[in-house]
Design a protein around this ligand. Sequence first.
Ligand code: NDP
Length: 251
Amino acid sequence: MNEKVALVTGASSGIGEAVARRLAEQGYVTYGAARRTDRMRPLAAVGIRTLSLDVTDEDSTRDAVGQILAETGRLDVLVNNAGYGSYGAIEDVPIDEARRQFEVNVFGAMRLVQLVAPTMREQRSGRIVNISSMGGEIYTPLGGWYHGTKFALEGLSDCLRLELGPFGVDVVVVQPGGIRSEWGTIAAENVVRTSGSGPYARQASAVAGMLAASGERDSSPDVVADAVERAVTATRPRTRYAIGFGAKPLI
Ligand code: NDP
């Protein structure tokens, strides 16, 4: 097979869905992966191959990558996008939930890196795109555990770039700002559930309002697809593509 092959996690919604569509339009044999496979039917209808994937599950990730390699024999692009925002005051978020936040946003991404790196090294080519956040460089109250995962993802990506660079594999970080998707609703629900009553109630109400706000302020997931397209097609990609609030699609 001569065509390049891409895997996008979290393709059942928002940014991942837009990125999967974009890579397919660019001619990649594209695999979209998520737990809710029913939500990816529209992607399957346009030729995107859909996979059931829970990034926190060892077997699930191994099976998904195994299936791609069995079907195509290669893997050129991994977009680690699956993630959510576990919002609430640091002292209010139960440690088990904080651990789950890291399991999805950090270990999920790195589990996939470990599975695809041998193939990319052997190919002596590949792009790993990690969807971080502006929240991987800045921080807000009641977002500590979420920011912690994105700061971790930034640091891991920088180390990974140094490690894999000599093998011809590029590692790129994309940092979205406010993007219209289900992310804000889920994060707002989390902050209200976790810190909506008690000492942080006032902060929680303000943060929930900010997270739930969408429309004019937030950008279309297409602006993130623009950045990912650049990250995978540029001859020499930048290490980071930052997307500010209110960014407009380039394409
Ligand atoms: P959505 O909530 O719309 O989509 C999140 C995706 O992640 C879904 O497809 C979901 O699929 C998937 N996902 C969650 N948990 C798992 C899991 N355990 N295994 C596999 N897939 C999982 O949010 P966005 O599209 O906005 O978010 C995508 C990424 O962008 C996240 O990493 C987020 O942190 C980041 N980001 C988003 C911003 C925004 O303003 N929207 C801003 C900055 C960064 P399913 O539930 O079907 O498994």
